[in-house]
Design a protein around this ligand. Structure first.
Ligand SMILES: [Zn+2]
Length: 368
C-alpha cells in the first residue's frame, strides 16, 4: 500500500467521507445602523401562498418563524416530474422572510438528489433538506450553487456537511469568498438574523466551472442528465446555468427575473443581453424555465424579454444623459422607466442600477 493511498484512507476514516466541501469562517466588520425595519421587506400582515408555482402571477408572501425547528420542511411545489421548487418572497432580506427571498429547488433521481441553490441561511438550508426528506430518502449527491449571492448561497453549509455531497459552483465564487464584499454581506445579514447567521461559514465548492477549469460539466445521476454551463459574470462574480433532461428544464438563476426588477451592480452590463441571446440558441427545446426570483415559466419565457427590456431601456436612458453631458447625479435622477416603476423592488434597485450603468458607459467612452 503506497503512502499516498494510506494517507487518503486515513483522511477518509477520520472524516467519515472523502470530498467534503470546506467551510471557511468569515471575518465580520462592525456595521453601524443595519438591522432595523426594511422598506422593501416582506409584509407579514398579508401572507399569501399561491396554489401553483408554475406561471403564478404573484410570488408568495411567506414569513419564516425562527422558533420553528430546522427539521420543519419549507413549503415546496412539484413543478415537473421529480422536480421540486422552493418559491421565495420577492423582497429584500428582513426579520420576516429571514433570508427566504430567493428560489431554490431539487431533482430526485433513482440514485440520489441534486439540489439547485441553498437559500439565504444555514437554517433555511436545513429546512430545505427537511422538505427533501419528506419527498425521498435518497441521498443528496450534488448541490449546484448558481452564483454566490447570499440569497442563493448562504444556506449551503446545511448540504456541504452531509456525507458524500459535492458542491459545484462557478470559479468566481472563490473570488467572492476571498473578497471584502462577503465580509460586508455577512455582517449585514447578521444584523437582521443574528441567530441564523451566528456561526456562519462560507462553503468552498468541491468542483468549479470556468476560470481555467472546465467550461461545462455534465452530471449523470440516476437516469437523468444535468448539463451545467458557465453563464459568465452577467449578474455576480460568476453565474451558472443548468439544463435538466429529460424534461428540458432550464434553471437560469438570475439571468431572468420574473415579476421583480433585477439588480445588476455586481455583474457585467454587456454580458446580460449576450447571455440572454445565448439561451434560445443553446436551448431551443426548453419547456420550462426556473428563475432565481419569481415563478417558473413556460415558453416563450416572457421574463427573459422583460428583464432584457429593462436593461436596454436603462442603458438607452443613461446613454442619452451622457450625450447631453449630464452628471452622474442628474443622469440617475432622470433614469426613471415608466414601464417598470410599479414592478416590485424597482425603488430598491433602480437608482443603484442606473448608477452602475452610468459608470460602465462612462468608462466605455474612454476605452478604445
Ligand atoms: Zn438572486
Amino acid at each position: 500500500m503506497s503512502l499516498k493511498f494510506m494517507l487518503a484512507l486515513l483522511a477518509t476514516l477520520a472524516t467519515g467521507y472523502a470530498c467534503a466541501a470546506k467551510l471557511l469562517p468569515i471575518e465580520v466588520p462592525a456595521l453601524e445602523g443595519a438591522g432595523g425595519e426594511q422598506e422593501f421587506g416582506t409584509d407579514a400582515g398579508h401572507p399569501y401562498q399561491p396554489k401553483e408555482a408554475l406561471n403564478s402571477p404573484r410570488a408568495p408572501v411567506f414569513a419564516i418563524d425562527p422558533k420553528d425547528p430546522d427539521s420543519k420542511p419549507l413549503p415546496y411545489y412539484r413543478i415537473a416530474p421529480d422536480t421540486y421548487f422552493f418559491f421565495g418572497n420577492i423582497a429584500e432580506v428582513d426579520g420576516t422572510n429571514r433570508g427566504f427571498n430567493g428560489n431554490a429547488g431539487f431533482v430526485v433521481t433513482r440514485n440520489g438528489v441534486l439540489v439547485v441553490d441553498a437559500l439565504g441561511t444555514p437554517y433555511l438550508g436545513k429546512r430545505m433538506l427537511a422538505a427533501i426528506r419528506e419527498v425521498t430518502d435518497k441521498p443528496v449527491k450534488y448541490l449546484i450553487i448558481t452564483h454566490a449571492h447570499p440569497d442563493h448561497y448562504y444556506g449551503a453549509s446545511a448540504f456541504a456537511e452531509l456525507p458524500g455531497v459535492k458542491v459545484i459552483s462557478h470559479a468566481g465564487t472563490m473570488d467572492y469568498v476571498h473578497s471584502s464584499t462577503i465580509q460586508q454581506s455577512v455582517a449585514y445579514r447578521k444584523a437582521f438574523l443574528p441567530a441564523e447567521m451566528k456561526d456562519f461559514k462560507a462553503v468552498v465548492p468541491d468542483i468549479l466551472v470556468s476560470g481555467g477549469h472546465r467550461k461545462e460539466l455534465t452530471l449523470r445521476l440516476g437516469g437523468k442528465i444535468f448539463r451545467i454551463y458557465d453563464g459568465g459574470q452577467h449578474h455576480s462574480h460568476g453565474d451558472l446555468v443548468m439544463y435538466q433532461q429529460p424534461g428540458n428544464i432550464l434553471w437560469v438563476s438570475d439571468l431572468a427575473f420574473n415579476g421583480r426588477v433585477t439588480f445588476i451592480g455586481d455583474g457585467h452590463l454587456r454580458e446580460i443581453t449576450a447571455r440572454q441571446d445565448w439561451l434560445p440558441k443553446t436551448f431551443p427545446h426548453a419547456c420550462l424555465m426556473v428563475p432565481g426570483h419569481g415563478a417558473p415559466q413556460t415558453p416563450p419565457f416572457p421574463m427573459v424579454a422583460q428583464t432584457r427590456r429593462y436593461v436596454e431601456q436603462l442603458t438607452a436612458k443613461i446613454s442619452a444623459s451622457l450625450r447631453r453631458g449630464e452628471s452622474l447625479q442628474d443622469a440617475v435622477d432622470h433614469a426613471d422607466l415608466p414601464e417598470f416603476v410599479n414592478v416590485p423592488l424597482y425603488r430598491l434597485n433602480h437608482r443603484n442600477n442606473a448608477n452602475y450603468v452610468y459608470r460602465v458607459l462612462e468608462a466605455e467612452q474612454f476605452s478604445p
